[in-house]
Design a protein around this ligand. Structure first.
Ligand code: KG4
Ligand code: ZN
Length: 347
């Protein structure tokens, strides 16, 4: 109890972020500042995130993000009670930049350090934004991750299934690259899909014939590549409409797979937790309006509450890291200078 002001740092992929969260007693936590500096332009010439460039940019931008977060919340460093930092999973150079920065601050200010799992950050966001209580079913869909989790507690998650290869965000990004659309691919493919005919190209719905909640998205990009090349071979190029139809076909395949697997995950979850019908989504792909709409329909059919954080808290940010750190800290967890950066760290 008491008032706790916590600074969170995130640098595990291609966004550098700092945020400050304050919680008084058992009141709802308040986001005092949330600053995100993306690196999209830095990586654009290479067609994907370059780990070495990302790490260097994080090292340069972390201080700036922290200064901006302090300025936005009218606070100074001595007013911070604890530091939370993403300690994995992610690109190791970036995670290391964040962990070292956090260690320096915690030592200099003589305050506690709390390492946070990036996935736990996403998975706990519905508690930050909507005060959702445990347990709940979580679909985490981003550029790097895709899994169904039951959240039992701040550090207790069980996994019902997930992708066996690519994450959907990655598939959206690759689709955009194959069609010459801007990165990140999610928003640009979605915009094209809205103008296209989802029935013109029929893409596979992998693993729907298999039981369980596992998914696969890598075959989709191969199918898209073939369909694109078939059109080019036939007509010598792609028209605007071809591009829109390819996007619509691709997106509708992703939506169908996510929808069917969500239906199954919800069934499994509800069998164990009939008194707590809640599905939460998070991760960058949760920003997709077609995906959101289908998930809302499934929830309505199953008398289940649907909740999704606002978009800026769905994609990578440090408010979710500060909040996950706060939950861990309130639960008595604490790290020290032996905290290590982990490239892999399953929940
Ligand atoms: O959670 P996030 O910011 O980063 C991690 O991967 O952890 O998610 C970024 C991903 C990118 O692949 C991006 O293309 C995708 O989320 N995304 C979308 C949409 N907006 C962002 N995918 C589909 N539809 C969208 N509207
Ligand atoms: Zn993420």
């Amino acid at each position: 109890t008491g008032t706790l002001t916590i600074l969170g740092l995130e640098s595990s992929c291609d966004d550098t972020a700092a945020a400050i969260i304050r919680q008084s007693g058992t009141d709802a936590p308040e986001i005092l500042a949330s600053v995100v500096h993306g690196q999209t332009e830095l990586h654009a010439p290479f067609g994907g995130v370059v780990p070495e460039i990302a790490a260097r940019a994080h090292a340069e931008k972390l201080d700036i993000c922290i200064e901006e977060a302090l300025a936005a919340s009218n606070l100074t460093l001595p007013e911070i009670d604890a530091i939370a930092v993403t300690a994995g999973p992610g690109l190791i150079g970036g995670v290391l930049s964040g962990v070292m920065c956090a260690k320096g601050l915690a030592t200099g200010l003589a305050i506690p350090l709390v390492g946070v799992n990036h996935l736990a950050g996403h998975a706990l966001t519905p508690r930050l934004t909507d005060q959702i209580t445990f347990p709940y079913l979580m679909l985490l869909v981003s550029g790097g991750h895709c899994q169904f989790l039951i959240a039992h507690g701040p550090e207790s998650f069980s996994r019902l299934g997930g992708t066996i290869d690519d994450a959907p965000g990655e598939a959206f990004d690759k689709t955009a690259r194959l069609l010459g659309l801007p990165q990140p691919g999610g928003p640009s493919v979605q915009a094209e899909a809205e103008k296209g005919d989802p029935k013109r190209f029929r893409f596979p719905r992998p693993l729907l014939d298999r039981p369980g909640c596992d998914m696969s998205f890598s075959g989709l990009k191969t199918a898209l590549l073939r369909a694109r090349d078939a059109v080019i071979a036939e007509k010598g190029g792609l028209t605007k409409q071809d591009r829109a139809d390819l996007c619509a076909g691709f997106q509708s395949a992703v939506v169908d797979v996510l929808a069917e697997k969500t239906r199954r995950a919800l069934e499994l979850y509800l069998a164990e937790n009939p008194g707590k019908p809640v599905l939460a989504v998070a991760g960058g792909v949760a920003a997709n309006t077609a995906i959101r709409a289908r998930l809302e329909t499934i929830c309505a059919e199953n008398v289940t509450t649907f909740t999704a954080p606002p978009l800026h808290l769905c994609t990578d940010n440090a408010a979710m890291i500060a909040y996950a750190g706060l939950e861990r800290f309130r639960a008595g967890a604490k790290d020290d200078m032996t905290l290590s950066a982990r490239p892999r760290w399953p929940l």
